[in-house]
Design a protein around this ligand. Structure first.
Ligand SMILES: C[S@@+](CC[C@H](N)C(=O)[O-])C[C@H]1O[C@@H](n2cnc3c(N)ncnc32)[C@H](O)[C@@H]1O
Length: 197
């Protein structure tokens, strides 16, 4: 069964119950771009929300695309990009639907802050991987931030098992860096990978 979840995310963005939402780009992304480790290229933010990372990349000379299932998040992202005077490309798509991604073309960089880890079902995570392999070129970089799976009953996204990312992405992606980030909510894992297969 294919679960429709856009209403859930639209409601969060409409009511402003979006504790993840920040005006700031992700620290690890800023480090990689400012050190020159990742250079301007064609980039896609999967589940871009209100667009902080897309706007940051566009301002640094990337052809920056953001994709999200929530129209409300994208409206906010478009307004923010316009206010900052940067050219971004936003797409209202469900990343689990590989057949609808064809028009996007192929990217050199894909990033995901909190989209993969919010998928609750293993078949959705498999669909996500098919989609990633469709849009990211071989040799392209992939950055992902995930909460570690909750051990006790707390609210929030399901997160990932400790070695799930290595296991699920391993045969087509080489690990460049894995970093554990402590947050006041739940431990976060950051991965920098490169598509090899
Ligand atoms: C936790 S939020 C993170 C948003 C943004 N990356 C940030 O850091 O602010 C997860 C985002 O993924 C989007 N999302 C969830 N499932 C998705 C799917 N199947 N396809 C595309 N976007 C999705 C949600 O609408 C939401 O904006």
């Amino acid at each position: 069964m294919f679960r429709r979840v856009s209403a859930f995310w639209d409601l969060a963005y409409l009511t402003g119950f979006t504790p993840w939402d920040s005006d700031e780009p992700s620290k690890e992304l800023v480090e990689l771009v400012e050190s020159g480790a990742i250079k301007p290229c064609r980039a896609l933010d999967i589940g871009c929300g209100t667009g902080s990372n897309v706007i940051f990349l566009a301002a640094r000379g990337f052809e920056a695309h953001g994709l999200d299932i929530s129209k409300i998040a994208l409206l906010k992202a478009m307004r923010r990009a316009e206010a900052r005077g940067v050219k971004c490309y936003f797409h209202n798509l469900d990343f689990r639907e590989v057949k609808k991604l064809g028009g996007l073309g192929v990217f050199d960089l894909a990033i995901d802050v909190g989209c993969y880890h919010s998928l609750s079902h293993s078949d959705d995570r498999i669909r996500y991987l098919h989609s990633l392999n469709e849009v990211l070129r071989r040799g392209g970089d992939y950055l992902i931030w995930c909460f570690v799976r909750r051990r006790t009953s707390s609210w929030g996204p399901p997160g990932v098992e400790e070695y799930e990312v290595e296991r699920n992405f391993g045969n087509k992606y080489a690990l460049i860096e894995r970093r554990e980030v402590k947050t006041s909510f739940r431990d976060l894992l950051f991965y920098h990978m490169r598509r090899t297969g």
